[in-house]
Design a protein around this ligand. Sequence first.
Ligand code: ZN
Ligand code: ZN
Length: 309
Amino acid sequence: MNFTFHGVRGSIPSPGPKTVKYGGNTTCIEVRGNNNEIIILDAGTGIFPLAQSLLAELPVICHILISHTHWDHIQGLPFFTPLFIPGNKITIHGATDPIGQRDVSEVLNRQMEYAYFPIREAELNANIEYVSLKDRQTFDIGSVKVETMLMNHPALNYGYKVSCGGKSLFFTGDHEWPYNIYEPDDEEYDDFEEQIQLRRKETIDFIRGVDALIVDTSYTDEEYPAKKGWGHGTFSTSIAVAREAGVKHCFFTHHEPTRSDEHLESVFREALEKNADGRITNEPEFHLAQEGVKFDLCLANLHSCRHRV
Ligand SMILES: [Zn+2]
Ligand SMILES: [Zn+2]
C-alpha cells in the first residue's frame, strides 16, 4: 500500500511563489492498495491534478472517501474528470448530515446546481454510486479494509483508518482535540473532563500502532488561542498524539493557507525543538505533508513524484 499527497492546504487554495514547495491545493490524498485499488481521501482542489494523472489508466474504478463537506474538502469534486467519462465507476462515501438529514449524494448535486456549475450532475457519464457511512463502520474495498471514526470538528467529520497487507494509515480529516469548555471551579468541569479524556483515549486506541498518521496540524501554539473552537489541531497536539498512539510516521497536514514554505519549515522545526523529549523511545518520524510526495508503507520510504501533478 502507498499514498500520495495531492493537496495539503487547509481552508482555501493558496497558490503562488511562496507555496511552491509544499503546494497550494486543498486536501486530497491518493491511496493505492496492494491490488492497485484506488482510494481517494477527500476531494479538495488537489483532486484535479490527480484526475489528470488517472486519465492515463482508463477505465477508472475508484472510491472517494469524504471526511466532511466543508468546501476545502469537496470543492475539486465537480472537476474530477473521470466523472465525465463512460465506463468509469466511482463510488463516493461519506456521512449523512445529522442536522439537515442530507446524505453524501447531495454533495455533488448541490455543488453542481445551475447557479454554481455549468454542467448538471445528471449529465455525468461515469457510473456513480453514493454510500452513506456510519461511525465505527468497517468495510472492504478489494484487499483494503476501511474503518470510520467520528472526530471532533464543527461538522460531522470522519477519520478513516485504511489497512492493507498488514500496513495501515489513519487520516483525521479536520480535527481539534476536545478541550474543557468549563472553568476548573465550575460544577460541570470534572464530569466534562472525564468525558473528553475518555473520548481522547478511544481515539488514540483506534489510531494505535498505525504506520502513518496524517493529522490536521493547522496552527502553532501561539496561533491557537485565537482559533480555539474552529476545529483544528496544533503541532503540539499532533506530536503528543503520534507519540501516545505509537505511530511510526506522522504527517502534519491542513497547512494554514497564509503560511509560506519558509514559515512552514520554521514553525515545524520550532515545534519539534519545543516538544523534544529525550526519554521517548520509538519516537515517530515527523514529516510535513507535501504535494506530489508519495509514501510507500511497505518500504517505509518517501519519494517525490511531482512530475505526476
Ligand atoms: Zn479543512
Ligand atoms: Zn472543516
